[in-house]
Write a new protein. Sequence first.
Length: 326
Amino acid sequence: MPATPSGAKGAVITGWGTALPNKILTNIDLESMMDTDHVWIRDRTGISQRHVGGTTAGLSAESGRAALQMAGVDPADVDALILATTTPDRTVPASSSTVQNLLGLSSCGAFDLNAACSGWVYALVNAHGLIAMGAQTVLVIGTDTLDRITDYTDRNTGILFGNGSGAAVVQACDGPGQMLGWDLDSLGEAESALFAEVGGFLQMEGKEVFRRAVRLMVDSATNAMASAGVAADDIALAVPHQANIRIISASLDRLGIPMERASIVLDRTGNTSSASVPLALAEALDQDRVTDGDLILFVGFGAGMSAASAVVRWSPHATTNSGDTT
C-alpha cells in the first residue's frame, strides 16, 4: 500500500472514548459452563475475564459521546460516522444509523464497515481518506457484541470473545497529519478458518488461525512501516489486535518490537474484535505512555482473513482547521 501522499490534507486524533458492559464473565465462571479451568485459559490466551451484555448501538453511542466530549466537538460538526462492527444489532438498517440518532449527529453520513477484527484500522484509514477529500471531522468507532454469536459452552471459542467499544474523533489539521503509512489486506482463501453463519455461532480452526494470523500481522505491519519509511526500532508503541497473547507475542517478536512497547488489555477484555485496537489505544493514551512525536503502529487481523496496519506520528498539539488545539 502507498504512503500518505505529501499533498493530502492531514488529520489528527483529537479525542477518544471507550465503553464496556457492566457484566463480567470470568474464567472461573466458564469453569461451570465447559470443560476448562482458569489457569488453562490464562496460560494459553492471556485472558482472565471478558465483558458481556449491551448492544452494539448502545456501546457505540457511549464511547462515541466520550470521544466527542474530549475533542470538544459539537455533534452538528461531524461530517461522517464510520462504525466498524461484525455484530450489527439488526440486519437492516446499519447500526451506525442508530448511533447517529443517539448522538444527535444531525447532518452527517453514517455507515457500517465489516472487516472483523481489523475493522477499526480499516475505518481509521477510510476516515483519513474522507478528510483528504474535504471532510473536516469524522467519528470512528469500533464495537462488537460477540456474546450474541459465541457459544460459551464451546472451549474452542467461548474462552476468547467478549463485548466492547472504542471511538476516536479524527479532524482535519493544518499541515501534515498523523498518518504516515498504511496497509489493508485480505486473504479470502482462508475465510473458512473463522466464520459465523447468519443466525449461528462462531466457528474457528484454532491452529490455522494462529498460523495465518502471525504471518498476516507481520506482513501487514512490515508493509505499513515500509510505506511510512520507518523501522521497528522507531516504533514507540505497538497497538495490536487483542486476540491471543501468544499471537501478539509471536508477531511482535518477528517484527523486532519488544512486548514492553505494546499496549495490552486482553487480560481484562478478551477478544473484542473491532473494539480491541481502540480500547488498547485509549488505555495507553490515558496512562500517558505516548508523547508528542512518538510513532504508533496499529496492527490487526481478523476473519476473512483480513489484515490492517497503520503508522501514525502522535501530534496532540497539531492545530485543527477550526483553529482549536488539542
